[in-house]
Write a protein that binds this ligand. Structure first.
Ligand SMILES: NC(=O)c1ccc[n+]([C@@H]2O[C@H](COP(=O)([O-])OP(=O)(O)OC[C@H]3O[C@@H](n4cnc5c(N)ncnc54)[C@H](OP(=O)(O)O)[C@@H]3O)[C@@H](O)[C@H]2O)c1
Length: 319
């Protein structure tokens, strides 16, 4: 797999990354530890070198599982984790980083990210300068290699960048969710930052496996994903029926088409979540798919048939 630069960090990563929210189990259903470990290892063996996790995914469980799965290959893997919005005061960031290092069984984190901006979920609105000061000190101590943010709008990204060298923004981005294009994406481009697209398959919708009446098991947070619910779900299903023949004609899966569309954008990476090795192998193979300018144009038109119905709220879930 061709490696690309992660912003100005000097770190090289695969265009498809693996996301491990699933490995944390909380907010998903039917996740099996052994299967997720195999999924992570299969992704690594297929050429994916970068893995996204967070302290909040299963309260450290995802970080534990990731560490186990990467036993013996940590030096060839790029580990990205995040501090949650309840830990953004200086001392809290330092402690959270120490906990993550322990969970991840490593002495450095390649990319340390602010998961949600200060003030999210009713947490304290810690000044950006204080949080970034802690990140800067962690860099000086060699505990983290690069700084990223997630779910920040352009204004928040600009504010954070005044106090630290931010190399990436993690945002929801897929054929069905493109708010970042009208907001922070231009700032990323102008400043050499990478866009790490989360939920690039719209949490599984863009694999085509969920029909209009799908009901998730209790505990699966995707029941609150706005794309799975009316009024958006009808536009989503109509768009899927147009996308399916395009994927079939190319001899690829719909999910691979969705991932290929994301990574066809400059400096944009797709963080693909997976619960088993079959899914991670299929996702890794999407890195080699090329889309022509004409195909991109057609996909763009289909995409707009959904995104034209989105409101101003950039958050994917109603919670
Ligand atoms: N920064 C943030 O706030 C934030 C928010 C969300 C996600 N993320 C990160 O981004 C990662 C990916 O996002 P996501 O998991 O929300 O969405 P996603 O990657 O769009 O979708 C993942 C889901 O799609 C299905 N899937 C994946 N590969 C498949 C394949 N080859 N064939 C069939 N189905 C497949 C699986 O559904 P089933 O489980 O039903 O099989 C899987 O759980 C997360 O793991 C996390 O690391 C970050």
């Amino acid at each position: 797999m061709d490696m690309r630069s992660l912003g100005n960090s000097g770190i090289k990563i695969s265009p498809i990354l693996m996301g491990t929210w699933q490995a944390g189990k909380t907010m998903w259903s039917g996740i099996d530890d052994a299967e997720t470990q195999k999924a992570i290892r299969a992704a690594f063996d297929a050429g994916i070198n970068a893995f996204d996790t967070a302290e909040v995914y299963g309260n450290g469980h995802s970080e534990h599982i990731l560490a186990k799965a990467l036993t013996g290959v940590r030096d060839r893997a790029v580990i990205m984790t995040k501090v949650f919005s309840n830990h953004l005061k200086y001392d809290q960031v330092i402690k959270a980083c120490e906990r993550s290092l322990k969970n991840l069984q490593t002495d450095y984190i390649d990319l340390y990210q602010v998961h949600w901006p200060p003030g999210s979920f009713g947490h304290a609105a810690v000044p950006m300068q204080e949080t970034m000061q802690a990140f800067g000190d962690l860099i000086k101590q060699g505990k983290i290699r690069a700084i990223g943010v997630s779910n920040f709008n352009r204004q928040q990204l600009e504010a954070a960048s005044q106090f630290a060298a931010v190399v990436s923004l993690q945002s929801p981005y897929s054929l069905f969710w493109r708010h970042v294009e009208e907001d922070a994406a231009a700032f990323c481009r102008e400043n050499g930052m990478s866009l790490l697209a989360y939920s690039p398959m719209a949490q599984g919708l863009l694999t085509g496996k969920f029909g209009p009446n799908h009901r998730f098991e209790k505990g699966d947070h995707r029941s609150s994903n706005r794309l799975f619910n009316p009024p958006l779900s009808q536009h989503v299903q109509a768009a899927l029926s147009l996308l399916k023949p395009i994927a079939a004609a190319k001899g690829i899966s719909l999910g691979q088409l969705a991932l290929a569309w994301v990574i066809s954008h400059p400096d944009t990476f797709a963080i693909a979540g997976a619960r088993n090795p079959q899914q991670s192998l299929q996702n890794a193979a999407a890195a080699d798919i090329l889309l022509s300018a004409e195909e991109m144009q057609t996909l763009d038109q289909i995409s707009v048939s959904v995104t034209a119905h989105l409101d101003e709220n950039p958050v994917l879930w109603k919670w």
